[in-house]
Write a protein that binds this ligand. Structure first.
Ligand code: AMP
Length: 628
């Protein structure tokens, strides 16, 4: 594999519900999952906005119940999709935050931030999560990091991949490559097994996460991973199981308590959190309780739930997973018995019913659960990142050969989809359609409409973009050469050429698809920088306030000491007590939250001056000191 980049590089698994970052460590010759400031390997993919702050990850998740309309999760479900997409429309009914249609039918997330309404595209929210992962990595490595490999579900289409790459760019990263999550997991699996595979192995990756379901069948032979087929559903995962539970218990509340919480975001958020917790417990216990204090109107909600009930309300979703497993094998032309390893990843792959159905499907074959389902994708991404960096030694030189998840083509006469690159074609790939001809005499231009999808009628597929090419007037049948080039990230570039004149044009998918233009990306990069400056300011202010608070506390303790108190003159006592009061009100007054850090630093200095002068006076030295 050609090595092109310099400097450290990280692998980021940008998940719907949680994200994870890893780095290849040369000193130990393996990738390492980087833990966040809470000591966890995974970080919630949540961003929140308040009157004074932007919060990311745990801080955002922790305040979600109190601030549901401004706490954004699931950005990955929105990324690269249009507002009118039926999937988005269904989701909007479940999200407590507002999503509206923007220009080009782009979904815009609406929040209240610092008292003002602000709109974000999904790429911006994802970029904030990526920035957080980037920060976590830089803190751990104590080095600036620029390069990253980001993973996406194998089933992500062209515009979702592009949008994810844009999110990385907005976050200030150099996105070296976008790779498929199951491929990254296979890489992690291959490495964990020490590359000790004899002959050829067929590896089936089953990835059931928070929002997406992804399966891939890969063949590993002589250090080369070849993806044979992928399948999945960009809208099937843990959150769907949570939704089912939320609906079930919201109905129970209606029935038993005559309480309708359907239009109450706070109550729904509380119930969702309890359901998600119960779901996790049911992977290990056969019964648990949904327990929510004061869910609404002061009513406490408590209801038992069994594993059997959880399975019953989700069984059609689990069965859907198995259908997708079957279709992946069919696409790869492979029988079940030829699969050597079934590797489970994604948080929801811990669900026992999923194990049971998978084992039944593969006729009792053991499932491989030895790799960490939450961390395997980031691990693989870090390996891929290291493989792309100049000078990193000892990275197992696996070669990844990914494939296109959907067919790519153009619409031809009669709205027929003429496939140029069939689905499951190994990438990178370059293919040319030579049969494209003008259909009327003296046509002066042709319109090239580029689609992805499997439908025969082109307009039923997903329109990626369109452009027109000027041509010389000629009788019908003038040949136009259309070339599709798909790069290692799975991103498509299309050119059309009229051969007699050499007129050539490249596609600009961005406009039609509502993707971001370069100017928009640049504006967002600038905004992301502004956010960073604000975050830094906030951190400095918080540190200064804490230092002042600390000092005030210690001062009060000294003043409460009778020995000291008896030595201080009444005038000094008044002076010190009033300084303490002023300090406390500076911290407690909500309006002061907006003051710059220097206000607190200066006040602290003044306070130290007053207090130390008093101590010197009564000690004539400094026997009495503030406790450190
Ligand atoms: P991922 O996108 O891979 O991070 O997976 C996150 C999803 O896994 C969330 O929906 C979690 O609720 C779900 N999850 C995590 N642990 C468990 C568990 N023990 N049982 C069931 N689901 C889980």
């Amino acid at each position: 594999m050609a090595k092109k980049y310099e400097g450290p590089a990280i692998g980021i698994d940008l998940g719907t519900t949680y994200s994870c970052v890893a780095v290849w460590q040369e000193n130990i010759n393996r990738a390492e999952i980087i833990h966040n400031d809470q000591g966890n390997g995974t970080t919630p993919s949540v961003v929140a906005f308040t009157d004074s702050l932007r919060l990311i990850s745990n801080a955002a998740k922790n305040q979600a119940a109190a601030n549901p309309t401004n706490t954004i999760f699931d950005a990955k479900r929105l990324i690269g999709r249009k507002y009118s997409d039926s999937i988005i429309q269904d989701d909007i009914n479940l999200w407590p935050f507002k999503v509206v249609a923007g220009t080009d039918d782009n979904p815009m997330i609406l929040v209240k931030y610092k008292g003002e309404e602000k709109r974000f595209v999904a790429e911006e929210i994802s970029s904030m999560i990526l920035s957080k992962m980037h920060d976590i990595a830089e803190k751990f490595l104590e080095l600036p990091v620029k390069n990253a490999v980001i993973t996406v579900p194998a089933y992500f289409n062209d515009s979702q991949r592009k949008a994810t790459k844009d999110a990385g760019i907005i976050a200030g990263l150099n996105v070296m490559r976008i790779i498929n999550e199951p491929t990254a997991a296979a890489l992690a699996y291959g490495i964990q097994k020490g590359g000790n595979f004899v002959g050829k192995r067929n590896i089936f990756i089953f990835d059931l996460g928070g929002g997406t379901f992804d399966v891939s069948l890969l063949t590993l032979k002589d250090d080369k991973f070849e993806v044979k087929a992928t399948a999945g559903d960009t809208h099937l995962g843990g959150e769907d199981f949570d939704n089912r539970m939320v609906n079930y218990f919201a109905n129970e509340l209606k029935r038993k308590n005559n309480l309708d919480i359907s239009g109450n975001p706070k109550a729904l958020r509380k119930l969702r959190t309890a359901c998600e917790r119960a779901k996790r417990t049911l992977s290990f216990d056969i019964e648990t309780t949904i327990d929510v204090d004061a869910i609404c109107q002061g009513i406490d909600f408590c209801s038992p739930v069994t594993r059997a009930k959880f399975e019953q309300i989700n069984i059609d979703l689990f069965e859907k997973c198995m259908e997708i497993v079957g279709s992946c094998l069919r696409d790869a032309n492979m029988v079940k018995s030829s699969v050597d390893d079934i590797v489970l990843i994604g948080g929801s792959s811990r669900i026992p019913k999923v194990h049971q159905l998978l084992q039944e499907f593969f006729k009792g074959k053991d499932l491989c659960m030895s790799i960490n389902p939450d961390e395997a994708v980031a691990y693989g991404a870090a390996v891929q990142a290291a493989l792309l960096i100049e000078g990193i030694e000892n990275v197992p030189d696996f070669i990844l050969q990914d494939i296109t998840p959907l067919s790519l083509g153009i619409s031809t006469k009669g709205d027929i989809m003429s496939v140029v690159i069939p689905r499951n074609t190994p990438i990178p790939a370059k293919m040319t359609e030579e049969r494209c001809k003008t259909s009327v005499d003296n046509q002066f231009g042709v319109s090239i409409n580029v689609y992805e999808g499997e439908r025969i009628k082109a307009s039923e597929n997903n329109l990626l973009g369109l452009f027109s090419l000027l041509i010389p007037r000629a009788p019908r049948g003038l040949r136009i050469k259309v070339c599709f080039a798909i790069d290692a990230d799975g991103i498509l570039n299309v050119t059309a050429e009229e051969e007699t004149t050499g007129n050539k044009k490249e596609i600009t998918i961005t406009n039609v698809n509502g993707r971001l233009s370069t100017e928009e990306i640049e504006r967002m990069i600038q905004e992301a920088e502004n956010f960073k400056v604000e975050d830094l300011k906030f951190q400095m202010r918080a540190r200064a306030m804490n230092a002042l608070d600390d000092y005030l506390y210690k001062m009060s303790k000294v003043m409460e000491d009778n020995n000291v108190s008896s030595m201080v003159t009444p005038a000094d006592k008044t002076k010190i007590n009033s300084a303490i009061m002023n300090g406390k009100s500076l911290i407690d007054n909500h309006g002061n939250q907006h003051k710059e850090a220097c206000v607190f630093v200066d006040f602290l200095k003044e306070l130290q001056g007053i207090f130390e002068a008093m101590l010197n006076k009564i000690n004539k030295g400094s026997k009495i000191k503030l406790e450190q």
